[in-house]
Design a binder for this molecule. Structure first.
Ligand SMILES: [Zn+2]
Length: 414
């Protein structure tokens, strides 16, 4: 894997302001950062050993940001049942494999919203220390849910009353959580929990959000039921995860307060359409179909109203595999988002939600070298991002984790 300086020559660069590609640029990266962006032909002294990539006709975009994943899960159909029986080291090795698959697909940053045994926090540290290949990981530790609420027993700890919620959030922060997850309603994946029912009260949510924000952490709230969504918005969460039953009032509240929607369209779609014949438990399939229609209608209404959108897949739910994250962009576009907006939701806007604007999400001098070189124009065909053959290079904080480019100078015969 190449770690040294890289120069993309004569490439078209995605500009988040004009929402178009600007051609004829050289982009020089060193020390893990984007060092210099200049018109091709501008003299630039690059150090010996710089990898020169002739990129005429190719497209450079920021690395993707998935705001909702579970890297400890590979997306097997009934992984919930299996997970609890597996020894911790086995789960850790699988998580390492999932992290590598994610970054090699061009997803250079993720927010992991819940894992047992703080495995997501340990994984984030292992990647940060250079022990493992993976994306930058913001990890929540466990999510926090009410007794018997969605996520309990696998990715969430239980709490009742504002004081207990506060304590559980503090425990995640003590363990090293860099983001916080709260559960504001029922959901699809937990047996016996109704996605239409709200869970934490407004006071409980306020306590959790307050603790997180005091520590400068971004809060994502799992919220499918209308009342749960409204409670979460009023409590001041940064993002509504899923947002299945958004009514007009909820949409107005989100638009006026700037609350992000991380819809995770892929999750219920895959659960419902793969179905019991593929091994998804019947209770999940039933609930998947129950949420699907409203979920898509809510997303359409939210984008019409100008609600802020950030991309998230809920990777780890059945048939929602690490490395397949970019299918979410195609789903968003199918429901009415423009390809440029889908790309922004997966880069610049996602970075803004995660408070990483000064680190990643855009192609600017000084930001981390999180970049994808594509052989096809994603604005003409958004599915290019989900096509491994179109992804020529992935740089993750300057490390070249994917390199599928023809040799600039073919080796000479000896
Ligand atoms: Zn999730």
């Amino acid at each position: 894997m190449h770690h040294g300086p890289v120069r993309f020559r004569n490439v078209a660069v995605f500009d988040d302001e004009t929402r178009t590609f600007r051609g004829g640029l050289d982009v020089f990266c060193t020390g893990g950062r984007i060092d210099r962006i200049a018109l091709t032909g501008t003299p630039l002294d690059v150090p010996a050993g710089t990898r020169e990539i002739e990129a005429a006709g190719a497209f450079l975009i920021p690395g993707l940001i998935d705001c909702h994943v579970h890297l400890t899960s590979a997306g097997d159909p009934d992984e919930l049942g299996a997970i609890r029986a597996e020894p911790l080291p086995t789960r850790a090795w699988k998580a390492a494999r999932n992290a590598a698959a994610t970054v090699r697909a061009g997803v250079t940053t993720v927010r992991d919203l819940g894992a047992a045994d703080y495995l997501n926090i340990h994984l984030a540290r292992a990647v940060e220390a250079g022990l493992l290949e993976g994306p930058r990981i913001l990890a929540a530790g466990y999510g926090v849910t009410m007794t018997g609420g969605h996520g309990h027993g696998f990715i969430a700890v239980e709490a009742d009353g504002p004081d207990e919620v506060r304590k559980r959030v503090r425990e995640q922060l003590r363990a090293g959580a860099s983001t916080v997850k709260l559960f504001a309603s029922g959901g699809v994946m937990t047996p016996g929990v109704d996605p239409r029912s709200p869970s934490f009260t407004l006071d409980e949510l306020r306590a959790g959000v307050d603790e997180a924000h005091k520590a400068f952490r971004v809060v994502g709230a799992h919220a499918q039921a209308t009342e749960g969504i409204k409670n979460a918005i009023l409590a001041g969460v940064d993002s509504i995860e899923h947002g299945v039953w958004l009514d007009e009032e909820a949409i107005d509240m989100m638009a006026s307060r700037g609350t992000y929607l991380v819809a995770t369209l892929t999750a219920p779609w895959q659960i419902a359409h793969m179905g019991t014949e593929a091994g998804v438990p019947p209770y999940m399939v039933e609930k998947g179909w129950q949420v699907l229609e409203s979920h898509e209608a809510s997303f359409r209404a939210a984008i019409r109203a100008g609600v802020r959108i950030a991309m998230g897949t809920d990777q780890g739910t059945p048939f929602n595999r690490p490395g397949d994250n970019a299918q979410e962009l195609a789903r968003m576009v199918r429901l009415g988002l423009s390809p440029a907006a889908a790309l922004l939701a997966s880069t610049a806007w996602a970075a803004d939600l995660l408070r990483l604007t000064d680190r990643t999400g855009r192609i600017r001098e000084g930001l981390d070298a999180d970049l994808i070189l594509l052989g096809r124009d994603p604005l003409a065909d958004i599915t290019a991002l989900a096509d491994p053959a179109a992804i020529r290079v992935v740089l993750a904080r300057g490390k070249m984790v994917v390199e599928r480019i023809p040799e600039a100078h073919p080796p000479e015969a000896t």
